[in-house]
Write a protein that binds this ligand. Structure first.
Ligand code: SAH
Length: 351
């Protein structure tokens, strides 16, 4: 079977074509044809030699995702896409409009290994990593949709995606190589030219991988903390037994993030579990002085979830306490809850 050319970042493509051409403009032309003009056949890359087109045609293919289902939220114009992959596996991606932003939330694995107690993706277990092209194709599909549909329906100033978050199904840092290659591709000037500061990769806290990520990728980093101490984090996120909170904090300090290049800390608020005044105080103590911004996310309930959403009063109190302690924070109300498109509600199999 031929491999999809979208699995290759520029460096890899250059290497693959080194016997035919060593000119970097040739690689640029191929990138522009694939990612900017969206050609379907290599014969349409008219600005490279015939030999090269033939070589590409004999060795590569240009894959795309098949849309199985699209759901549009009635509450907030959030759109959820279910795609099928070449081997029949399925994944979800979400388009989230918010004021003048249009964010794509994309998946990196079919299922997930992390087994977080509260997360619906965890329930479907782990099947496989997504390839670079499967990650890139989600971005391309949602960007085209944003340009063609959202532009007309929502806001004519929207020219396509403004932000990309790797916060869909899976643990991105457990598929680090493909994630980094996908960031390379979508941020390339001859592709979408997406600013790396507009791309956020979220992790449940794989400390060793965070180091590699920081060294090899300039995208922003988010860490799902979700608890103020190890005792509570151990109960909801098994990864914490391997990578406890103090290691996460040490990593943030050691890697020299700063308030320009800050880490987003995600903290899901679960009713009666981590939403008390003491939890807020403990969290403030933990985060004080670190180059972070805190996103407080009220838990989104789903069918059979054993955790519950906190009431709005608790959320405000929690927020106020942290803000008073000088922590830069935001409350993130999830969109798309009516179509199960909100944080932690993505699954591609019936459970
Ligand atoms: N595995 C990565 C990427 C997934 S991001 C990570 O853990 O960061 C998904 C985010 O949604 C995580 O911050 C997770 O803690 C949060 N989340 C999961 N289930 C949720 C739910 N039901 N309601 C709100 N947030 C949830």
């Amino acid at each position: 079977m031929k491999i999809c050319i979208k699995n290759l970042n520029k460096e890899a493509l250059k290497k693959a074509l080194s016997d035919l051409s060593d000119k970097s403009y040739v690689i640029d032309n191929i990138f522009r044809a694939i990612y900017q003009r969206g050609i379907k056949n290599f014969s349409d890359i008219t600005d490279v030699s015939k030999d090269l087109r033939l070589f590409l045609n004999n060795n590569y293919e240009i894959s795309k995702l098949n849309l199985v289902k699209k759901e549009i939220s009635k509450k907030d114009t959030c759109v959820k896409f279910l795609f099928s992959l070449q081997d029949g596996e399925t994944i979800e991606s979400v388009l989230i409009p918010h004021k003048n932003r249009l964010t794509a939330c994309i998946s990196t694995q079919v299922g997930c290994k992390m087994n977080c107690d509260f997360c619906v993706t965890a329930r479907q277990g782990f099947t496989r990593n997504l390839s670079t092209s499967e990650i890139v194709n989600q971005v391309l599909y949602l960007n085209d949709y944003a340009r063609e549909v959202m532009n007309k329906k929502v806001d004519s100033s929207i020219r396509g995606l403004t932000n990309i978050v790797y916060m869909g199904m899976g643990e991105p840092l457990d598929n680090l190589e493909n994630v980094i290659k996908s960031v390379d591709i979508i941020s390339d000037d001859n592709s979408l030219g997406f600013g790396k500061r507009k791309i956020t990769v979220s992790t449940s806290g794989l400390v060793d991988k965070i180091k590699i990520f920081k060294e090899s990728c300039n995208a922003r980093l988010a860490i799902s903390l979700n608890a103020p101490n190890d005792e509570k984090r151990n109960q909801i996120m098994p990864i914490n037994k391997k990578n406890p909170i103090k290691e996460i904090i040490k990593t943030i300090k050691d890697l020299k993030f700063n308030m320009h290049n800050f880490v987003t800390i995600e903290y899901v608020l679960f009713k009666g579990f981590n939403d008390a005044v003491d939890d807020a105080k403990c969290l403030a103590l933990l985060l004080k002085g670190l180059p972070i911004k805190l996103n407080i996310i009220p838990f989104n309930e789903y069918k059979y979830s054993k955790y519950h959403s906190p009431n709005m009063d608790t959320v405000s109190k929690f927020y106020d306490l942290l803000a008073k302690e000088g922590i830069v924070c935001n409350v993130r109300h999830s969109k798309g809850t009516d179509i199960s498109a909100a944080c932690g509600q993505l699954k591609s199999k019936d459970l």
